[in-house]
Design a protein around this ligand. Structure first.
Ligand code: ADP
Ligand code: MG
Length: 256
């Protein structure tokens, strides 16, 4: 089982869309996938048609003093092979508890260590560097950083990569990191220039392609829509997934 964390300290960069797209495509490729929504806003949860008011059982229960097992709080989705741990708005209160409940930074790693039955677990993060993101980074086998191709996003990317670096040094194993240019509008000069700078600064980490702006990706709830499958947005995510899986084979070969 592999845990992939989708994170960026900036909001609106395509984290949830990337989580949805990769989940969808992994399942289509025959893998069993669990998505965990760690964002108190619950966009991923809502995209699956699960209302967040009243709060469903879900991710917060993994952080209780007597935590529940992931298998107990996961629910099935209309897509066969894809399960979800829902977000609750009260996840936002967790940050305050971090100081008083020791070991809370590794709660998710502990919960995942007990889990089986999935090939890939996808963690959708909130856009803040807090306890939830720290948990998701600590548990990650790989980090995926969706980044909008606009000049302001570059700044956020630097911060995110520094954080990833810190986490990598604080644990005993590497954290392979992939930067994924998203919402890319190839018609604008600023977007093209940003891509060039991104690749100059972070070359090896950056996926050599981009996820284009695609209005069909705008409505996340439509991920089961056959129309979406024809769109270039989802096709680009398919290429991304191939690249990620190739990287994994390469890493395994290196270890072998
Ligand atoms: P985040 O989770 O980082 O906040 P989202 O995945 O929710 O970002 O994306 C922000 C908004 O942009 C959403 O409305 C989403 O549907 C839309 N969006 C994401 N990726 C694309 C894309 N490639 N083309 C068009 N719209 C997109
Ligand atoms: Mg999101």
């Amino acid at each position: 089982m592999q845990t992939w964390t989708i994170a960026n300290q900036k909001g609106g960069v395509g984290k949830t869309t990337t989580t949805l797209a990769l989940g969808h495509l992994l399942v289509r490729g025959g893998r069993r996938v669990l998505q965990i929504d760690l964002d108190p806003h619950g966009s991923l949860t809502r995209a699956h048609g699960v209302p967040v008011d009243p709060a469903p059982t879900g991710a917060l229960d993994l952080f209780a003093e007597q935590p529940r097992a992931i298998a107990e709080v996961a629910r099935s989705t209309p897509l066969d092979g894809l399960d979800l741990v829902a977000a609750q708005p009260a996840l936002a209160t967790l940050e305050r508890r971090g100081a008083t409940q020791p070991g809370l930074g590794r709660a998710l790693s502990r919960a995942l260590a007990e889990l089986s039955g999935y090939d890939v677990v996808l963690l959708d993060c909130p856009p803040t560097l807090g306890l939830l993101m720290v948990n998701a980074l600590a548990a990650a086998d790989r980090l995926i950083v969706p980044t909008q191709t606009d000049p302001l996003a570059l700044h956020g990317l630097e911060g995110m990569l520094r954080t990833a670096d810190m986490i990598e040094r604080s644990r005993s194993r590497a954290l392979p990191t992939a930067v994924v240019p998203t919402l890319h509008d190839r018609r604008t000069r600023a977007a093209q220039d940003t891509l060039v700078v991104m690749r100059e600064r972070h070359g090896a980490h950056v996926w050599p392609d981009e996820i284009p702006l695609d209005t069909r990706l705008r409505d996340a709830a439509g991920f089961l829509d056959p129309d979406l499958r024809r769109g270039r947005g989802l096709r680009a995510y398919d290429d991304l997934l191939d690249w990620l899986l190739e990287g994994e084979t390469a890493q395994r070969d290196q270890v072998a």
